[in-house]
Structures are given as structure tokens and as C-alpha cells.
Design a binder for this molecule. Structure first.
Ligand SMILES: [Zn+2]
Length: 397
């Protein structure tokens, strides 16, 4: 809190120095008459800030900046500061106050409009934000920023059709931040259609998702879900068997569905062969499947148990614990391995299991889009060693 006010005082102090510099330059250029200092309100505001009386400071600043055209930049700095501090009402007042001026330079008006749109978003007034952003998105300096904000807004409102339209516009004029976003939007629409009992429509959306993004694992997962709904388990098995090779980190999403599909098809005994085949594709895939098996408790098949044995032996924290408990040179028995896996599973249920590679957000459930930074496909499963560290570092409740 103190740091924010020091920051505020620095902004205000900088603004006053700037104000003096401009004034002095103008005075010498125009050989004007008597010099004028900053307004009394302005100095009072600064004084309140230094003395940590934020409310009185705000009122003084609003009075001061309302009458002085030179202080537009200060208003922007203060507005941004209020928004950062979560004082959105004050930020809105500052920016509305700016826009209300007839004499405001058009570039400043655009800047104030974008700032106000950000205030509205922060305040959760999405319809007002949408209106301003749609205006700004037609052209000008803030076009790309406004389009990106609109995408975020429609994602938040789960208005996927509008998100698709804006994302396409963004793709036409510049590089979008998340190239796979449109394919995800179609998958969202497909999941909606599936939930509404319209598998044909869901499949239409999924076809479009695949046109947007080739080898798109989420589309394969939803297609498998639709196939299971329609009692076509063989199709589901075929679709699911391809996913771990493309995206090993999705093994946790694939394995329970695969078990379900094989059961529905009466082909349970094929699980071991499918998993062994997938495991041959590389250690990443084998480890991901082993870990998914541990976390979902799918260790009945000997092939999965063997994958889990190899995987846990390579996990430093787990291998060390096992080594300390067993006589030297012995490997854990099948039963000990199952109990170890069950302990890890219980631990995982108590801790965050996924972490965003972009922002570090962690969660116990899986999300296609990070709730923290809104990146797509950035949540990765934490390893058992990470989990052990998390539980060890957690404070007892
Ligand atoms: Zn994130």
C-alpha cells in the first residue's frame, strides 16, 4: 500500500516538474508576463498523497485537473494508478471527465476512450466496455488493442461465435496471440451442441475445428466423446489412441476415456497392447501414460503397472524414498507399487495437479484455457516430485 502511494507521489511530482518545464519554455518563448505556479488544489493533492490521505488527495486532484488542460497526461497517469489499485470508480470518473471536454485533442480522446473501456472491464461492466471497444476496433491507434480486448471479453462471456468473428479480423490485420484459439472456440461450440443433445451439429463444429487446426487433440477428444454417446466405441478407441503421441501431456484426459471405450466395445483385454504400442513411441509418451494411470488408478493391466514402475524409478524424490525404505538392491513388489501409486494419487487429490507454463497458475482440475493468463493449451501436469514438494511445503491447517 505504501509503495503505491510513493508511486503516486512520484507520478504527481513528475507531472509538476513537467508542468514547470513546459510553462517555463512557453514563458520564455512568448515572453509572457508573470509566471504562474501549479494550482493550489494540485499542491494540496500532492500534500495529501505524501501524508497518505488518499481520499482527500483524489478529490483535490480531480478539482485541480478539471480546470487545467496542461494536466491531461497527469490525469491519465492518475486514472491508470486508480485502476491498478482497484479504485475503478475513481478511474472511471477521471476518464469520463476527460472525454466530456469539448476541446480535448482527438488523440487524447481516443486514449481516454480506451482507458475507460479498460476501467469498465475491470469493473465487470462488460456491455459498456463492449460498446466502446467496438467503436475503437473500427480503426485508429487502439484498433488491435481493442480487438484483443474484445476477444477476451467474448471468451469470458462464452460467446464463441463473436469470439471467432473478432479473432478472424485480428488474423487479417496482424498476428493473433493464440493461433489455436479459433479451433478451441469450435470445440467449445461442439461441446455445447453435445450437451444440448445434438451430436450432428457437434460433429459439424468439430469438422470446422479440424480445418482450422490440423492434428488438433482437443477435437479428437470431443469426437471420441460424441462417438461414445452414439454407441460407436470402436471409433472412440481409434481416435483416442492417436492423442497421446501428439500431446503426451493429455494422457490424463485420454486414459479414462480409452478404458471406458474399450469396455463399451468389449475389448478390455486390448488395453495392454494399445498402451505398450503407444509407449514404444518415446519415453515422453510412456511416462505420461504411466503417470495418468497412477493418477486415475488404472493399474490393473500389467503393461500399465510396468510403465508405472519404470516411471517412478526415474522420479528423483520417489526413487529416493523407495530406496530408503527397501533393502538395497530390491525393487518394489507389484503390491508395494500399487500402494505407492495410491499414496501419490491421494496426495495429488489434495494438491494442485496442473500448472500453467506461461504464468505459473496452478489448479487441481484441467483447463484448456488458463484461468489466470487466458493462454490456451498452457496447463501442464505436475510431476510426482513437484507434487511431493508442494505437499511438503504446504502449511498444516
Ligand atoms: Zn496462465
Amino acid at each position: 500500500m505504501r509503495a503505491s502511494w510513493i508511486e503516486a507521489a512520484l507520478i504527481a511530482g513528475g507531472a509538476i516538474i513537467g508542468w514547470y518545464a513546459t510553462r517555463r519554455w512557453r514563458l520564455s518563448a512568448e515572453a509572457a508576463i508573470a509566471p504562474r505556479g501549479p494550482s493550489r488544489d494540485y499542491l494540496a493533492g500532492l500534500n495529501y498523497l505524501v501524508n497518505e490521505q488518499p481520499d482527500r488527495a483524489v478529490e483535490a486532484f480531480l478539482r485541480a485537473v478539471a480546470v487545467d488542460q496542461d494536466t491531461v497526461e497527469t490525469q491519465f497517469a492518475l486514472g491508470a494508478l486508480f485502476r491498478r489499485r482497484g479504485e475503478v470508480d475513481r478511474a472511471i470518473r477521471v476518464h469520463q471527465n476527460l472525454i466530456a471536454r469539448d476541446t480535448l485533442d482527438p488523440a487524447f480522446r481516443e486514449q481516454a476512450t480506451y482507458a475507460l473501456a479498460q476501467d469498465y472491464q475491470r469493473a465487470g461492466l462488460y456491455d459498456r466496455a463492449e460498446k466502446l471497444l467496438t467503436e475503437l476496433a473500427t480503426g485508429g491507434t487502439y484498433r488491435i488493442a481493442a480487438l484483443k480486448d474484445l476477444v477476451g471479453l467474448y471468451e469470458l462471456e462464452r460467446d464463441w461465435e463473436k469470439a471467432i468473428a473478432i479473432h478472424r479480423e485480428l488474423a487479417r490485420i496482424g498476428k493473433p496471440d493464440h493461433p489455436s484459439a479459433v479451433a478451441h472456440y469450435y470445440c467449445e461450440l461442439a461441446e455445447g451442441a453435445r450437451a444440448a443433445g445434438d451430436p450432428a451439429k457437434a460433429r459439424d463444429y468439430l469438422r470446422t475445428a479440424r480445418l482450422e487446426q490440423r492434428r488438433f487433440p482437443r477435437a479428437a477428444l470431443v469426437r471420441a466423446d460424441v462417438a461414445l454417446d452414439l454407441h460407436e466405441p470402436d471409433d472412440a478407441v481409434r481416435l483416442l489412441s492417436k492423442v497421446p503421441v501428439v500431446s503426451p501431456q493429455l494422457a490424463g484426459e485420454v486414459l479414462p476415456r480409452l478404458v471406458k471405450a474399450l469396455k463399451a466395445a468389449g475389448r478390455e483385454d486390448e488395453l495392454a497392447a494399445i498402451v505398450a504400442e503407444l509407449g514404444r513411441d518415446g519415453r515422453d509418451v510412456a511416462d505420461a501414460l504411466a503417470y495418468a494411470a497412477i493418477l486415475t488408478g488404472t493399474l490393473e493391466a500389467p503393461a500399465l503397472l510396468e510403465l508405472a514402475r519404470g516411471f517412478l524409478a526415474r522420479e528423483p524424490a520417489i526413487a529416493e524414498l523407495v530406496g530408503a525404505l527397501l533393502p538395497e538392491g530390491t525393487a518394489p513388489s507389484d503390491e508395494q507399487l500399487r500402494r505407492l501409486a495410491a499414496a501419490i494419487r491421494r496426495q495429488a487429490q489434495r494438491a494442485a495437479r496442473f500448472r500453467c507454463a506461461e504464468c505459473g497458475f496452478s489448479s487441481s482440475g484441467f483447463f484448456w484455457q488458463c484461468p489466470g493468463c487466458k493462454h490456451w493449451d498452457s496447463l501442464k501436469p505436475l510431476s510426482p516430485t513437484d507434487l511431493a514438494g508442494q505437499v511438503a511445503g504446504a502449511r498444516p491447517r
